[in-house]
Ligand binder design. Sequence first.
Ligand code: ATP
Ligand code: MG
Length: 383
Amino acid sequence: MPDQIRLLVVEDVPQVAQYIRGLLNSQSMIKLLDVVSDGTRVPRLMAELRPDVVLVDALLQGRVKGMSLVEQLHASGSRVPVIVLTVPQQPVQVNPDLGIDGVLPMPFTGYELVTGIQHAQQAASQADAAGAARMVSVFAPKGGVGKTTIAFNLAVALALQGLRTVLVDGSIQFGDLRALLKVPSEAPSLLDLPTDRIQESDLQDVLWRDPSGIDILLAPPRIEMAEMVTMRDLEKVISLMRRVYEVVIVDTPAVINDVNLAFLDASDTILEVVTYDSTTIHSAMVVADAFRMIGYPATKVRYLVNRCDSTGGFDPEVLNRALGRVPEHSVSSGGALVVRANNEGIPFVIADPTAQISQDVVRTARELVGLAAPAPAAAARRR
Ligand SMILES: Nc1ncnc2c1ncn2[C@@H]1O[C@H](COP(=O)(O)OP(=O)(O)OP(=O)(O)O)[C@@H](O)[C@H]1O
Ligand SMILES: [Mg+2]
């Protein structure tokens, strides 16, 4: 049964251990991995048995007492939820900050035991899902539609929402962000990461700390250096960034090649920038076919209409029909603000937060990470 919750029980009173075994025997939601009476064995068993939940008797005796075992598990950085078994005379409070994810006072029924374990497991897996980094690649099959401008401002908007955000210059050859942010050519790039074992400190050493509040992994400074980027290194640095940051935004070039596919594959969402013109439609449809052949689910792609207020006589319905849906996100034209901000290398979301384009980007940022419900008809409404 794949969905069974794997339980480890730490209990040194044989009668209580027997009682728990008996209660769990008559159900199939929870799989009892083991009952151990010696607290010193627990840290090793955590690695060996990989429980989903641990039940610890607060009154456990022996070299490691019950509550010190709970402390020890918490200090080890273990994310496995711990339920503490207590007696009414010595109550214990639930406190996830101290590693006490649930409390089960004796005497308890089989129902209380099972639901207590289920709740602890569900709470932990929800916390895990919320803590997992989201990776979004800003992509378009067509050049010059605003990918770099949007990726940069989107990353800053996410940082303004309080999310630890890293922006990756996926334009490995041309490194658009170096030029945009006026980064000196000697600033390190992803090529300065060690090739075999990449650690968090290595990553921190090569990141560009932008005054806008985001960290940026730059592309190599010269075109020919792009060839030195290997797929293995890319995959390693991506998985490291996902562990260290809450959001990873990638500015990608308008090509489908191995490097770009490594970014797109690893992304939860491909934010595809489109504009109201017929060449965009054509290339968007070609790419939609390619993505289908690669096997990306349709939900992996979200469309963003850039300059959504400048249709130039183009009927937005034509775009909607071609894409098979109304684009999920839209950003207005920013005119002089965008030109000025880009020339100065500062994000317009900071230069003028009240501008329509800034509000659009902040809304998009919130929609992307689930802080706000997407407004699918946004583009259509603004016609
Ligand atoms: N919403 C907008 N309003 C006004 N100007 C914009 C907007 N979006 C992009 N631009 C302008 O369009 C130009 C191209 O934008 P950008 O460089 O971000 O595109 P890109 O898709 O990254 O291009 P490339 O394919 O070369 O990487 C820039 O001059 C930018 O200032
Ligand atoms: Mg670009």
